[in-house]
Design a binder for this molecule. Structure first.
Ligand code: BDR
Ligand code: CA
Length: 387
């Protein structure tokens, strides 16, 4: 792509306009496979994550957002080992009393490098030593990439994938099932630092963001897959207007719902150590809840995969060959935080529904362990969650 074309792209900040037109093109393009035009009442979502404190906050936000339907969760190594992130996803689900969202475990390490975890930030259990018990529900038997592929191929054009960890599982899924990128409604991922705002610098190295730096080879595959892709990077997620501070923490502490109690504890762990709690992953999820919170620009993105000081950097590229990615270049932080807090503090209604074709009843061996008022049980046995 010529420099002037990149500049034109950079100037396209009209809140997803180009992204929408690209999606509508996708809807009408014959790809040789059945693409249903039916608009699901509740957008169907798969969460690919590495919980992780902010992943857990994103999961709480998703669970309390009635306009989306969570079909399943796939877990990846990133903030912690994949065993720990898989346990953490289920610890949060069970704490919230949700037993019908399947969790499928994915990659134990990035494609070509060993894992470098972030437990020094997220705490020894990956969840700020919150004291939630080990999970009782079993994992889904499929590997994450087959799990994603089965769900997406079963409803082509209807499912959005939200990835808030390294893109390893998504890259495996796209390599093994090349039709998938075209079958997704879109992929929204948290990752990258694009130099689009004063905050668009690195958090793992001076210029590289953690998720991309962890597995740049995977990011390269995904960002060149042909999927419709939205990127939420540090340019917006470290903007102070999107972060929780002590005042927000007091609001969460005053909340009486299980989600508010857990969110307060997770946020407090980070705020005590860093003065604020960055909401990287909830911000990525918010793209599905209110796209008008963001300004996206459509640009080609290059990923540095070579070893060296610049490994994992995401550049807006002058290259002709890369596909256009919709990168968040601006955010209405106050409105985002209002949305986040109101969702976390709300009492979920009976109409909030999740799970999809993989949902299954609890089998008796699990049921005997499950207390019907799980959140109550957890708060009673876990001193840190006691009010
Ligand atoms: C990303 O890195 C992880 O530690 C967070 O969970 C988030 O997904 C931010 O760079
Ligand atoms: Ca994450």
């Amino acid at each position: 792509m010529k420099k002037s074309k990149v500049r034109d792209c950079l100037l396209t900040t009209d809140k997803c306009h180009s992204a929408r037109s690209e999606e509508s093109k996708r809807d009408s393009s014959p790809i040789g496979l059945r693409m249903t035009k039916r608009v699901a009442k509740h957008p169907q979502v798969i969460l690919d994550m590495d919980p992780g404190i902010d992943d857990a906050l994103a999961l709480l936000l998703a669970l309390n957002s009635p306009e989306i339907q969570i079909l399943g969760i796939s877990t990846v190594a990133g903030n912690a080992s994949v065993e720990m992130t898989s346990a953490n996803a289920r610890r949060v689900l069970e704490y919230m009393g949700v037993t019908n969202i399947p969790v499928a475990m994915g990659a134990a390490k990035p494609l070509e490098h060993p894992l470098v975890n972030a437990l020094s930030y997220h705490g020894s259990d990956g969840l700020g030593e919150c004291g939630l018990p080990s999970p009782m529900l079993s994992l889904h038997p499929a590997k994450a990439w087959d799990f994603i592929a089965q769900l997406v191929s079963g409803a082509p054009g209807e499912i959005t994938l939200v990835a808030t960890g390294p893109l390893t599982n998504v890259a495996h899924a796209f390599k093994l099932h090349p039709e998938l990128p075209k079958f997704l409604t879109k992929l929204v991922f948290m990752g990258g630092a694009y130099g689009l705002t004063p905050y668009g610098k690195g958090n793992q190295t001076p210029l590289a963001e953690f998720n991309i730096w962890q597995d740049p080879e995977a990011a390269y595959i995904v960002l060149n897959s042909g999927a419709v892709i939205y990127a939420v990077g540090l340019d917006v997620s470290t903007n102070p207007t999107t972060c929780l501070n002590n005042q927000h923490l007091e609001q969460l502490k005053a909340g009486h719902t299980p989600a508010a109690r857990l969110a307060a504890q997770l946020a407090e762990y980070v705020i005590k150590r860093h003065g604020r709690c960055e909401l990287h992953d909830p911000l990525a999820l918010a793209v599905l809840l209110d796209t008008s919170l963001f300004n996206f620009i459509s640009v080609p993105v290059e990923i540095v995969t070579r070893d060296g000081w610049d490994r994992g950097i995401t550049h807006i590229s002058p290259s002709d060959s890369s596909q256009l990615i919709h990168v968040a270049a601006g955010v209405d932080g106050a409105r985002f935080l209002k949305l986040f807090l109101s969702r976390i503090l709300r009492t979920p209604s009976n109409t909030t529904h999740h799970s999809g074709p993989f949902a299954r009843p609890i089998i008796p061996s699990e049921a005997k362990n499950l207390d019907p008022s799980l959140s109550l049980r957890v708060t009673k046995t876990t001193s840190k969650l006691e009010k």
